[in-house]
Design a protein around this ligand. Structure first.
Ligand code: GLU
Length: 482
């Protein structure tokens, strides 16, 4: 049997960077080994789970180009792939554990459990279930049932056992069973808990490697005990490090968005997000920092996944995204950037003329080296579009007060009018000619032209701005300064 791995999100919200990284590492491991990547849904938290979140998570995976061979929407032989559709299966396994004595019904009330907790804490001990219902007789059970109490099912944790976990990232990790306490595997409403359902899913889906976030390491001994009780073989584990902010703290909104689709909305490219999250906890052997998904699938290995926490550095992501924007075809960027300018009522929502389309592509080409993500087209569009410049402020106002300015602008107007074709190349020549004819230093010529046309002292190259504005807008913009 080949490698089989899975991504098992809880559909309680959007796909976060950490989840996307787990999905990616599983996907890469499957591809590298020509194995199978499964996506399933852990939706047993009935209150917080929703189909909408599930849909959003799947959409985010697709956007990232992380595709799965088996699972939700893809189908397969080991379905259903949604936990709430697998309740009968969990019931069978619960019966097995009850019958073999590895699990038992517990009738303790919330209040009783809380009292026990408080007493343990007051004693300086770690709170855990002490096993009050471990040895109930059938009479005691009947008595509780007639009182109308609904039981949970608890796993009977063996005493004095060392639980060894062989983790591909963390090495051998040992947990003592005594600290664990009998834990709930089925709640009183019949819904299994995560630690139980995940074992049933992983075993029935023949999962060979469980690759997931480090926050699940402490759950692993509870899962291993269930495998052992059922006489099943345990999969390989690989717990990948937490993702921290640059200060070493927990990631928060302040450090950058945590939901993958927030990056999509800002116009980050999926290949940049993939490249960035691949480097969160995994390190290539060479110096190269840019990897496509295909390249990653070749070079990825679990033994280069680091034990130390990964650092989420938005600057790094921006650097990677800017790189991919420079590399991308302008036609593709134009398509992706279109909604931002449509939002500003620039370019129509419906059909665009070939001319408008070409104009927009040239605009993107002119700024693609300057932007970090595509929503920034909104900050640039005013240079290139419309017949009024931004209002000048501060130093820019001073520039237009220079004594040479009226002559410069008059000559510029004359030259653009005369130009047969307002291309980047002709604009370059035209500006150069002006410095010669007026016998003025470049800055004294370019700067007033720039400020008159754009209102600002900095910005994209004039030979990009002028052709895209077009003769009519150039002349109108000049009128403002007259
Ligand atoms: N549903 C869990 C989560 O979203 C996944 C746990 C696992 O991979 O075992 O964190």
């Amino acid at each position: 049997m080949g490698i089989r791995v899975r991504f098992a999100p809880s559909p309680t919200g959007p796909l976060h960077i950490g989840g996307a990284r787990s999905a990616l590492f599983n996907y890469l491991w499957a591809r590298k080994n020509k194995g199978t990547f499964i996506v399933r849904s852990e939706d047993t938290d009935l209150e917080r789970s929703s189909r909408e979140s599930e849909h959003n998570i799947l959409e985010a995976l697709r956007w990232l180009n992380i595709h799965w061979n088996e699972g939700i929407e893809a189908g397969g032989e080991h379905g259903p792939y949604r936990q709430t559709d697998r309740l009968d299966l969990y019931r069978d396994y619960t019966d097995k554990l009850l019958n073999s004595g590895h699990a038992y019904y517990c009738y303790c009330t919330e209040e009783e459990l809380e009292q026990e907790r408080q007493a343990l804490i007051a004693n300086g001990e770690s709170p855990r279930y002490l096993g009050k219902c471990r040895h109930l007789t059938s009479e005691q059970r009947v008595a509780f049932e007639t009182k109308g109490r609904k039981p949970v099912v608890r796993f009977r944790v063996p005493e004095g056992q060392a639980i060894h976990i062989k983790d591909q990232v963390r090495g051998d990790v040992v947990f003592e069973s005594d600290g664990i306490g009998d834990y709930v595997i089925v709640k009183s409403d019949g819904i299994p808990t995560y630690n139980f359902a995940v074992v049933v899913d992983d075993t029935t889906m023949n999962i060979t490697h469980v690759i997931r976030g480090e926050e699940h390491l402490s759950n692993t001994p509870r899962q291993v005990l269930i495998y052992q009780a059922l006489g099943l073989s345990v999969p390989e584990f690989a717990h990948i490090s937490l993702i921290l902010n640059t200060e070493g703290g927990k990631m928060s909104k302040r450090d950058g968005d945590t939901a993958v689709m927030d990056y999509q909305k800002k116009g980050y490219l999926p290949e940049a997000i993939i490249n960035f999250i691949a480097l969160l906890g995994w390190a290539p052997s060479g110096e190269e920092e840019f990897y496509t998904l295909d390249e990653l699938a070749e070079v990825f290995s679990l033994d280069r996944v680091s034990k130390s926490p990964a650092v989420f550095d938005i600057q790094k992501l921006n650097y990677i995204n800017a790189h991919y924007i420079k590399e991308a075809l302008p036609e593709r960027l134009a398509e992706l950037a279109l909604p931002y300018v449509q939002e500003m009522d620039i370019l129509p929502q419906g059909e665009r003329s070939a001319e408008q389309q070409q104009w927009f592509i040239s605009f993107i080409e002119a700024i693609s080296e300057k932007i970090t993500y595509l929503a920034e087209v909104k900050d640039y569009i005013h240079y290139f579009y419309g017949d009024v410049p931004l209002e000048s402020e501060g130093e820019a106002i001073e520039v237009l007060k220079g004594e040479q300015v009226p002559v410069v602008l008059a000559l510029f107007r004359e030259k653009v009018r005369e130009a047969e074709l307002l291309s980047g190349a002709t604009v370059k020549v035209l500006l150069k000619q002006m410095t010669k004819e007026l016998k003025l230093g470049g800055k004294l010529v370019y700067m007033p032209v720039r400020v008159a046309l754009t209102g600002q002292m900095h910005g994209p190259e004039l030979y990009d701005v002028i052709p895209l504005l077009g003769l009519e807008n150039v002349l109108k913009r000049l009128e403002v300064t007259e």
